[in-house]
Design a protein around this ligand. Structure first.
Ligand code: GDG
Length: 516
């Protein structure tokens, strides 16, 4: 295994020092924007605030440094609020924490279809999750993907030129694989380019099926630093570069690729969650109110034990396999009937793509099947909702649940598993975790591990978790809580910035957290 895992010792994150060591200012680029403007029912402009951990975490860093964030403006009122340079200061009420610049890019219908729906989500997403049979053929989508990446590169180059010196440009995810090389061609060697790939990188034997594999590797090797969640993905990427590109000098142990006259450093930094904030949310009055109302409105008895799953409705998340396992559990262990309800929160996602619409139908059919088989007049085995739940409500549900069930068939990291631990179940709960999630590499030792397709083994694991003695539950819950506090979102941000600072400084003299 290559030496690519960044140390994650718990220290106070010194962002100002790290940021100034990483570059002169910060430019972030991602497909999804941190703030979206829409029209409310009364015609007034409304603003959607960042919901996800990453966006909220980066938002705070951006406010501190007054940086520029470049993203696709997909909100109905987005164009109405920008200035002549397509920028708007966010957040709108940012006086206390500061503001930064959101630069929006406009995509036409064909570009959205080709770049976002086809190439990003029907080629790269299934490819990287090793679901080759789900990869769709692409015709003109590649040209759209290249063109949209060029728009991002133009905007990043302009922001880099406007900065006082050479900024850090931090790109995110598989939508922007070509942009690093394109930006390098526009902006030269000055800015430091770092790229976080939030999904797995598959083995070479899978990646070699990618029709545009050379261009993708070439694009990503325009970066100075490439960050994956776990060392396995680093190794897969390094071997893909080695096998796929003529002229690339790959050092798997050092985690470096020399190609076209520059070195790209490849590192693993497992992303964390804002653990303190989630614990506070779980203990809030709103969370308590939500828990009580949820039970009442969904007809779940006060004494019924809960297992909870929270997922975007994506075929990688293993919701169908999870329902198969609960069906087997109730079939083989009648004592759980009337005593346990499995709550699945399923957030609608990418529904315009047939594979996603089909998946939503399969989930609904499986929920109905289990409920038709076992439900009684006053008890349902599965409660399923696609309602978007508030952060406090979600944290409250996590705290209420005896089991947190996270069972993707493949997942880059997975934040839900960490959020469940952070919320801290009332009576220490058990994390049931697929060994196919990146987070299993860091939390697997204290979770109950499952293979999502092994229905019998999965059902037996659920039974084990539900029957686990309190002492053992407490032992594991404490170890898990320590783990996610040590490696929380701030620690992750500091790890990435430390790694950037390391590659940005010629003498490598910037201390990392590991040096404290
Ligand atoms: C990608 C990678 C990697 C969901 N429903 C509600 C809600 N959520 C929130 C969860 C969690 C987030 O969505 C989902 O995060 P995941 O990590 O599980 O998955 P992806 O969206 O696939 O993310 C993944 C991640 O990037 C970061 O790098 O971990 O592997 O696939 O935060 O809580 N939040 C609220 N209500 C809901 O109904 N409030």
């Amino acid at each position: 295994m290559p030496n690519t895992h960044l140390r994650a010792d718990r220290v106070e994150a010194d962002f100002d020092r790290l940021l100034s060591a990483a570059g002169d200012g910060l430019v972030v680029a991602s497909n999804r924007q941190p703030y979206r403007h829409d029209y409310g029912d009364d015609g007034e402009v409304t603003v959607d605030r960042p919901a996800g951990g990453l966006t909220a975490g980066l938002d705070e860093v951006m406010r501190r440094v007054d940086g520029t964030w470049i993203a696709w403006g997909d909100g109905e009122a987005d164009a109405a609020v920008v200035d002549g340079d397509d920028t708007v200061a966010v957040p709108p009420d940012g006086d206390a924490g500061g503001t930064y610049t959101l630069r929006r890019l406009w995509l036409d219908g064909d570009e959205v279809q080709g770049y976002y729906y086809e190439l990003s989500n029907q080629v790269l997403w299934p490819l990287c999750h090793a679901a080759l049979a789900t990869v769709e053929s692409c015709g003109d989508a590649w040209a759209d993907y290249r063109r949209v990446n060029e728009q991002f590169a133009d905007a990043m180059a302009a922001a880099a030129t406007d900065a006082d010196g050479d900024p850090l440009v931090w790109l995110h995810d598989y939508h922007l694989a070509l942009a690093p090389r394109q930006l390098r061609e526009r902006a030269g060697a000055g800015p430091t380019l770092a790229h976080t790939w939030h999904i797995p990188w598959p083995s070479w034997d899978t990646f070699r099926a990618c029709p545009n594999r050379d261009a993708l590797l070439d694009g990503l090797l325009g970066n100075d630093l490439l960050v994956f969640h776990v060392p396995r993905y680093c190794e897969n990427f390094l071997r893909s570069a080695d096998r796929g590109l003529d002229g690339a000098a790959v050092d798997v142990d050092a985690g470096t690729v020399e190609y076209r006259g520059r070195t790209t450093t490849v590192r693993a930094a497992p992303m964390g969650v804002p653990a303190d904030r989630i614990r506070e949310q779980a203990g809030s009055a709103e969370a308590a109110g939500f828990r009580a109302a949820f039970r009442k409105n969904r007809g779940i008895d006060r004494d019924t034990r809960l297992a909870v799953g929270v997922d975007r409705l994506d075929y990688t998340k293993g919701v169908v396999q999870r329902l198969d396992a609960f069906e087997r559990l109730f079939a083989d262990n009648p004592r759980y009937r009337g005593e346990l309800t499995f709550v699945q929160i399923g957030t609608e996602s990418r529904s315009a793509i047939p594979a996603y619409a089909d998946y939503q139908e399969r989930v609904e059919a499986a929920v109905d099947r289990v409920n038709d088989r076992f439900a009684t007049d006053d008890w349902r085995p599965v409660v399923y909702t696609t309602d978007m739940i508030s952060n406090e409500g979600l944290a409250g549900l996590y705290r209420e649940a005896d089991l947190g069930v996270v069972s993707p068939v493949r997942d880059g990291m997975n934040l839900v598993a960490q959020e469940y631990v952070a919320a801290g179940a009332d009576d220490p709960g058990v994390l049931v975790l697929s060994d196919q999630a990146g987070v299993h590499d860091t939390l697997g030792e204290w979770a109950v591990s499952v293979r999502p397709h092994d229905t019998n083994g999965f059902a037996a694991a659920l039974d084990d978790a539900l029957s686990m003695p309190e002492r053992e539950r407490r032992r594991r819950a404490n170890a898990l809580a320590d783990g996610i506090e040590d490696d929380d979102l701030d620690s992750w941000l500091a790890d990435v910035l430390s790694a950037v600072a390391g590659v940005a400084s010629a003498d490598g003299g910037v201390p990392t957290r590991a040096d404290h």
